[in-house]
Design a protein around this ligand. Sequence first.
Ligand code: GDP
Ligand code: GDP
Length: 437
Amino acid sequence: MDRPVVSIVGRPNVGKSTLFNRIVGRRVAITENNPGVTRDRIYEEAEWLNKYFTVIDTGGLEPFSEDKILSQIRRQAEIAIEMSDVILFVVDGLSGVTATDRDISNILRKSKKEVILVCNKIDTPKTPDDIYEFYELGIGEIIPVSAAQGLGIGDLLDEVVKYFPQNKNTEENENIIKVAVIGKPNAGKSSLINNILGEERVIVTDIPGTTRDAIDTYFTYGDNEFILIDTAGLRRKRSISEEVERYSVVRTLSAIERADICILVIDGEDGITEQDAKIAGYAYEKGKACVIAVNKWDIVEKEDRTYLEYERDIKNTLPFMMFSPIIFISAKTGKRVNKLFEIIKSVYSSYTKRVTTGVLNDIVNEAVILNQPPTDKGRRLKVFYATQIGIKPPKFLIFINDKKLMHFSYARYLENQIRNNFGFEGTPLQVEFRERE
Ligand code: GDP
Ligand code: GDP
C-alpha cells in the first residue's frame, strides 16, 4: 500500500470535508451553514492526471468537542504529519487568519512534510486581495480555491502531485480487493474477521476511518491484497446490543458502498431469514458482488443433504442472488475460510472482467438466433449491437430498435447468455438498453 498520502488539516468549518469530497470526486452537496454534514468517510482513493493517491480528511477522525478543539486539532495535525506525504492546510478566506490557524501552522512548519496552504471559500474567479494576509502563516505559496464551487481544484491538484515521492506507487491498482463482511447481529461477522486476521496473515495497516471510528484493515493473503472495510466496530465489539447500535444500517450501507465484494454471513443455526434478505438486498441494489457464507457449520446438525436444503432455501429467499456462490464455513474453527478466499478471488475476477466487443457481439447474435426476440403487433424487437461500458460490476450497453419491445424475460435471457458464455460467476451484471434507428 504504497500510495502517496495527502491529508487535509485545518480548524473546524474551513471546508475540509467539502474539499475532500471534491478531491475524491464525490458530488458535493452545498450545505450552507451545515457544518460537517457531508462527511461520511474520511479515507479514500483519489486520482489526478492518472496518478492515484490516498486522501485523508483529518477533521473526521473524531467529532470536535468545543472544549477540546485545540488539543484535537493538534493531534490531527500530528497524525497528518506522521501519515502523509503532502499536507493540505486549509484556511477560510472569508474569515481571515485566526489564532488557531497560527497554532496549526506552527506545528506544520516544524514538520519536514510538504505543506500547501489552501485558501478556501474564494468563490469568485478573481482572487481577492485579502487572501494575501495568509502569507503571515509562513507556509509559502497560497492556492485559492472554492471547494463548494469547484474552483481552483485542478490547480491545487497539479501542485499536489508534484510533491509525490518517487518511491510511492501512483499506478492504478485494481488488485486490491475491498471486502465488507455483512449480516445480522450474532451471525458471526466478528468471529470471521478475527479468524481472517488471525496471526498467520500479515496485517499491514489499520487505516482510520470515519468519525465513528471505522477502521479499514489492509492485509495480504497469498498473493492477493485485501482491504477489510470497517472492521473497527466488529473487532472491538463487546456485546450484541453494542453491535446493534454501532453497526447500524447506516454503517452497513456505507460499508457495502465502499466494498467490491460483500461476504453475507448467515447464521447457520437460524437458517436464512427475512433480515438476511434485507441486508442482501442492500448489496444487490448497490451492484456489489456477494458471497454467501453460511456460518457455524460446526454446530449445525446435518445429514448428507443438509447443505442442499440450505442452498435451496437461500436461493428461494434471495432469488436476486441466484448467481452468488454459497459456502459453508465455521468462523470458530476456521473451516473453509481458505476456500472462502479462493471464491472471493474468483468472484472478483468476474466483477472486474472485460470482454472484447467482437466476441460479445458474436455471443449476442448467436443468442438472438437461438431464441427469436419478441414481437408486438407485428413488430419484432431488433438487437443491433452490444458493448461493455464498465466494470465493478460489468456493465453492458445493448442497442435495440424499440425499448417497448424488450420484455423483462428476454432481457434476462440475454444477460444469462452473456453471463454463461463468459463465465461471469458470482457477479451481478448491469445491462442497459438504448434505442437506435
Ligand atoms: P470542515 O469542518 O472543515 O470539514 O468544513 P465543511 O466542509 O463541513 O464546511 C463548513 C462550511 O463551509 C459548510 O457550511 C460549507 O458549506 C461551507 N463551505 C465549504 N467550502 C466552501 C466554499 O468553497 N465556499 C463557501 N462559501 N462555503 C464553503
Ligand atoms: P456478529 O454479531 O455477527 O459479529 O457475531 P459474533 O462473531 O460476535 O458471533 C456471535 C456468537 O456466535 C458468538 O458467541 C460466537 O462465538 C458464535 N460463533 C460465531 N461463529 C461461530 C462458528 O463458526 N461456530 C460456532 N459454534 N459459534 C460461532
